[in-house]
Every structure is written in C-alpha cells, then in structure tokens.
Ligand binder design. Sequence first.
Ligand code: ZN
Length: 136
Amino acid sequence: MATGIPPTPTPETAPFWDAAKEDRLLIQRCRACSRHYFYPRPFCPHCASADVEWDEVSGEGRLMSYVINYRPVPPIDAGAAQIIALVELDEGVRLLTNIVDAAPEPDALPLDAPVRVAFEPRGDFKLPVFRLVDAQ
Ligand code: ZN
C-alpha cells in the first residue's frame, strides 16, 4: 500500500476529506445552475451563486492526461514511479489525482480509458485515487 503525505483539510475541504474516510467521493454542486465543480469553494465558479451543496458522485470517470513521475516524493520509496493524472468525472469536473495499480508505462495508460475511484490511506485520512476499470 502506498504511503504518502496526509492531506491538511481546511474548512472548505473538510467535508471532502471526511467523506473520503468513508470511501465516498463528494463533489460540490451549485443549486442555482445544477453544475458540479472542483476544487471545493463556497461559491459556484460558473454563476457565482453561493447556493451550493455537497453531492456524492459515482467516482466513475475517464483518464484525460497524465505524467509518469520517476522522482521520489518522500516518504514514498525511491524507485517507485508515480502516475500523476488528470481525471474527468462523469459529472464533468476534473481532478488532479493518481492512477494506482497500473504499470507506469504509456502503453498501459490509454487516454480516455474508463477509471473508477479508490481510496488509499494517508495518515488519519484517505486519498481518492483512481484505477483503470479494465484492471479491476
Ligand atoms: Zn452555478
């Protein structure tokens, strides 16, 4: 299991991290225009409404882009390549995340591949990461 730096929740992000501890992915949605958005903030970036709520989403999405990082990030073991990815959820928001349980090679990471959220322990928290659906 990967280890890494635990998140530092803020008042705006605490609901996201609390849900992740329970293996649930929460994304904010605007009640005024019905659109989802990420990262967490107290107003809608589309229409500026402050009438926003947290919505539990499926965690299904697509791999939009990625970079394979070979440089060790303490305390991750040296030599373990990390796939840093941009995932677009079915709800239309994009998250910067990691792809896990996949070979860190371009041939194993086709763009637009379906992915699904998973949750990895990070200290007292869990970090939403993604797996290729075909690899599950
Ligand atoms: Zn809105």
